[in-house]
Write a protein that binds this ligand. Structure first.
Ligand code: FEO
Length: 172
């Protein structure tokens, strides 16, 4: 059974994951409108992943005798000054999510809720991966700078990244 404070901390994370999904959906739409299909496809996939992160938490809260809260969400940014700006926002957001997960881990230890602590380890590992991906992309975008040709090639390459991650999912 979840304590009230753990339940409320997990519900806060449910909201953060849902807001992440919306934020990345808005990025996918923006990139699509700008004609960059690869980047857009990548962001649509990220949005789906965030929804899965949210659902995993929803199921966990309900399974452990709590009540998952489906709340209103903060509106995401819907336009960006540049792709570099967009990916900077993505990295900053992932760092914020990692901090929130760390805080949750801390609370679970304080409360001696080892089941929740164990459950959260998946998120700890996932955040390392998500931050690394965001940093890699941002490094590439910084190298490209304002070069339109470079952005075109990057858009094609990131499409490959999307295909690979889709293939990984199928292989699992
Ligand atoms: Fe679910 Fe990217 O944080």
């Amino acid at each position: 059974m979840l304590s009230k404070s753990i339940e409320s901390a997990l519900n806060k994370q449910i909201r953060i994951e849902a807001e992440s999904s919306q934020a990345y959906l808005a990025m996918a739409v923006w990139a699509e409108v700008k004609g960059l299909e690869g980047i857009s496809g990548f962001m649509y996939d990220q949005s789906d992943e965030e929804r899965e992160h949210m659902l995993k938490l929803v199921k966990f809260v309900n399974e452990r005798g709590g009540h998952a809260h489906v709340s209103e969400l903060k509106a995401p940014s819907v336009s960006f000054t540049s792709f570099k700006g967009m990916f900077e926002t993505l990295l900053e957001h992932e760092i914020f999510v990692s901090e929130s997960i760390n805080e949750l881990v801390h609370i679970s230890l304080q409360e001696k809720d080892y089941a929740t602590h164990n459950f959260l380890q998946w998120y700890v590992a996932e955040q390392i991966e998500e931050e690394a991906t965001a940093r890699t992309i941002l490094d590439k975008i910084k190298m490209i700078g304002d070069d339109k040709g470079g952005l075109y090639l990057f858009d094609r390459d990131i499409m490959q990244l999307t295909v690979n991650s889709a293939a990984d999912i199928t292989a699992k």
